[in-house]
Ligand binder design. Sequence first.
Ligand SMILES: [Zn+2]
Length: 335
Amino acid sequence: MTQKDKQLQNGNMFISPSGPSGSKGEMNHSTSVSNTGAANDKLDDISNFFEKQLQKWELARTNFAGLKTVKTKSFSFGDFEIRVQFNPARIVSSGAKVDAKTIAERPCFLCSTNLPPEQISIKAGDYSVLVNPFPIFPEHFTIPYKNHVPQQIKPYFSDLLDLAKSMDKYVVFYNGPKCGASAPDHLHFQAGTKNFLPLIDDYKRLRDTHVKLKEVSGESRLYSFGNYLRTVFCIESNEKNALVVHFNALYDQLKAENAEEPLMNIVASYENDKWYVFVLPRKAFRPWQYTATDDRQLLVSPATVEMCGIFITPIESHFEKITKEDIQNILEQVG
Ligand SMILES: [Zn+2]
């Protein structure tokens, strides 16, 4: 058993302040400590870290300030709503080229050696928590793995659970390498303010009418969330190992034989000693509207946030013209 396995098994995912980016070469985890009873301290650390980063970094400060005046609108689908956000800073992600050639030729923006000098980080086990300078959430983080390894979920799923638990003021999420990750070559998660994504509130509110128990596996329960325009599963458990086993079984069910990772977005929330892991299988990444060359074009690039009920577009005219029918059509294509 490796040191990392031991850490994870013991639940010793930890977050501790590290120095500014000048110390970013020190992304090892040799100084692992237990965080027993330190939940409140950890949350304070992250909020303080967020404020400290904004003070130091004008780009991040400007973009988070811009979020406060961002234009939004919402469409009702009866039992739930989908929101649309006009967010010009997100052109870096919505407009990102993620083909293999482009990715291979650009410097990786998640490798510690390429971070801008203003960027600071805190450690979370084998990961670094960074403030995302192109935010969607009121507090938004990117969480790269210490090494430049391809984006993939199965070997790292339990890390997602550890992060969700140690950052339980936030949801932690994953974009598959072919359905939303703008760095498909560097393993990473993201985290954002809780109670922001409509999906989680919808799931709880519509539990009696839209949510069905599909399968029980040990201490873990798999539910499907129906009549919701896209396919959503939720695995609930207070037992990490049972949840990992259950996720792996779902992953294998979604995976075509001999195929790569099934397209999926995942969002995890840890509440009252229990994980809620939402798995959103994808049929496609970008809808046809994305590359339309006429006035039907909509620069909407669905990833976890969109699949969870917030459509982001960086183009104001696209924000103005998008309709309820467009949203329904896009969700039917991709989810
Ligand atoms: Zn990298």
